[in-house]
Design a binder for this molecule. Structure first.
Ligand code: ADP
Ligand code: ADP
Ligand code: MG
Length: 544
């Protein structure tokens, strides 16, 4: 085993082992003969944040179309139009009854944040201010703009702002509305941990606002944030593209634990062959292996010192996975480019000549070329059984091989880019935000693939990511960036996980504990007893 999973690796195809009993019933909605069917619906609740956890393609948007009143579920009879009376009959006596009655009466207004914010510039011409002003139904826009730090891009054209900025603008546009039902399809892509916490707090406040009865529904793949944010959780499972089941609501802790365990207790359902486990207390103590590179203090600035990066010299060991954490705009990509030789430092000298395989944060592979042609141009291992098991399978590339690079979705493009990076023969692999756009299942598989690749090849890997679970599962040691985003950045030398996490989280003022049963990291409620105690003891991450 690779240390990520206990028994068998989740490398194997994720199969539904026993068919869900729900499938004996009629679905809530079916698109057509042999077309996708949805079983179950999430339950929005006034004053609550309801989470949905599960892979893409499993019917989450389909469910939301129904809850937004845009389609009337056909209860499996796709040849006739759905009728709300029949839907109501089906859900009478359940937690959905009240909601569906209001929906039928036309009393529900909806605000939503779409999943792929990168598409917003295609749909909107104008600047940030123009986009946001038309959404200001609660008079809360100023405060949202302030807290989401959107002010600097207010007069910029929407098609010129970065992914992280677009994400915050889209979230502000949704939360500024005055609605009964808010649906946010992923809130964390491109955001750093501090920004993720701000968004979670804003959603929480809207749910807790006593002057209105608002239901918040959030799909999210960053488990630490979902855990912090949601009151209840629906797990979604099934076979992407074929059918999806949305479970009855669970407590957030149980929902996430069952999901990680790969087994849903109430449903008596195995959804993955093996569990995903975290190392309880042990920060991985780095093995004292050979040094791969030693670099001196470095500086690099852009323009007239608009941004200045100071790197403290350090060493990267052969065959280690080095996690890299820090806020957006602090110089992480800049350091990666110094290492790759794409940038020259202003002071300090990089005297190593390493072959570096680099996956950038924003992936730009828009060539009119098929995925298989692209990947086979990178490695002559392409198609070998070794390459298939180590790379193609865990990254689920079989379904996209014949597509054109330019037609890929965000998550597909990410997986192809990770595969391309790992397929290259290099001394150092640098992956900038591999979790972006991946659903939770894909994250687990991609993390496993990267970890296994590193171990089987004695490969040295640097991974920049904002998902604490991904970093926890992957990293042997940690490199921490701090400073003032867009002004100055500082990079500490690589250090042991415990020290690195303490430095990083102290800066953010966040503490984590470990779930007793699964060992997974959980964010402590700010101001809670545990939070205060851990801060006093300086143990921000590994308590106990
Ligand atoms: P998710 O939001 O979980 O990613 P969706 O609800 O968007 O999933 O889609 C679930 C499945 O239903 C997908 O396989 C999708 O192709 C299919 N689907 C979505 N809309 C339609 C439609 N109008 N007709 C037929 N199939 C559809
Ligand atoms: P991170 O990867 O931590 O998000 P980056 O290294 O990409 O940060 O960027 C750090 C800062 O430098 C940001 O403010 C960014 O806008 C700025 N920057 C990055 N590349 C350039 C460039 N080529 N010219 C001018 N400024 C840049
Ligand atoms: Mg970056």
């Amino acid at each position: 085993t690779c240390g990520i999973c206990v028994e068998k690796c989740p490398f194997d195809a994720i199969e539904i082992i026993n068919l869900p009993s729900e499938l004996d019933e009629d679905p809530v909605h079916r698109y057509g003969d042999n077309a996708f069917s949805l079983y179950g619906l999430p339950t929005p609740e006034p004053g609550s944040v309801t989470g949905i956890l599960g892979p893409n393609g499993i019917g989450k948007s389909t469910a939301v179309h129904a809850l937004a009143g845009e389609t009337v579920p056909n209860l499996g009879d796709h040849e006739s139009e759905g009728e709300w009376d029949r839907v109501l009959d089906r859900f009478r006596g359940t937690g959905l009854q009240n909601y569906l009655e209001s929906l039928k009466a036309g009393d529900i207004t909806v605000a939503r944040k779409p999943q792929y914010v990168d598409q917003i510039p295609n749909q909107f011409d104008g600047n940030t201010r123009e986009l946001l002003e038309r959404t200001d139904e609660r008079g809360a826009l100023d405060s949202l703009v302030e807290r989401l730090n959107i002010r600097p891009v207010m007069d910029q054209d929407i098609d010129s702002i970065s992914g992280g900025e677009l994400q915050r603008v889209a979230i502000a546009a949704c939360l500024a509305r005055d609605a009964d039902f808010y649906f946010l399809d992923e809130i964390t892509p491109y955001l750093d941990i501090g920004q993720r916490m701000v968004v979670a707090r804003l959603i929480r406040e809207l749910a807790d606002d006593d002057t209105a009865e608002r239901s918040m529904l959030v799909v999210e793949h960053d488990l630490a944030i979902l855990d912090l944010l949601a009151d209840t959780l629906h797990v979604a499972y099934g076979e992407p593209g074929a059918y999806g089941v949305i479970t009855d609501p669970k407590s957030v802790r149980n929902g996430i634990n069952e999901y990680l365990k790969g087994y849903l207790d109430n449903e008596n359902m195995r959804i993955r062959p093996s569990a995903i486990t975290f190392e309880e207390h042990a920060p991985r103590v780095a093995s004292r292996s050979e040094t791969l590179i030693e670099y001196p203090d470095l500086t690099k600035s852009y323009g007239d010192g608009e941004f200045e990066l100071h790197v403290e010299g350090g060493t990267i060991n052969q065959s280690e996975v080095l996690g890299v954490v820090g806020p957006n705009g602090i110089g992480k990509s800049t350091l990666a480019k110094l290492f790759t030789g794409d940038l020259e430092p202003d002071t300090g000298e990089i005297d190593f000549a390493l072959d570096i395989s680099y996956k950038p944060q924003y992936i730009d592979i828009d060539q009119p070329m098929r995925v298989d042609a692209f990947l086979s141009s990178i490695t002559d291992q392409f198609g070998s059984s070794y390459w298939n098991t180590e790379i193609a399978q865990p990254l689920q590339l079989d379904r996209v091989m014949e597509q054109n690079l330019s037609d890929l979705s965000g998550g597909e493009r990410q997986r192809v880019a990770i595969a391309a990076c790992l397929s290259d023969d290099a001394d150092l692999y640098v992956l900038d935000e591999p979790s972006a756009h991946l659903d939770v299942e894909q994250r687990v598989r991609a993390t496993t693939a990267i970890r296994r690749y590193a171990e089987n090849h004695d490969a040295t890997v640097m991974v920049v990511d904002h998902d604490i679970y991904v970093i926890d599962l992957l990293a042997d040691r940690l490199m921490v960036f701090d400073g003032e985003p867009a002004e100055r950045g500082h990079a500490s030398p690589p250090q042991e996980m415990r020290d690195g996490m303490n430095e990083f989280l102290a800066d953010l003022d966040i503490t984590f504990r470990r779930d007793e049963r699964t060992g997974r990291p959980r964010i402590n409620k700010p101001g809670s007893q545990l939070d205060s105690q851990q801060k006093r003891e300086g143990e921000y991450y590994y308590s106990g």
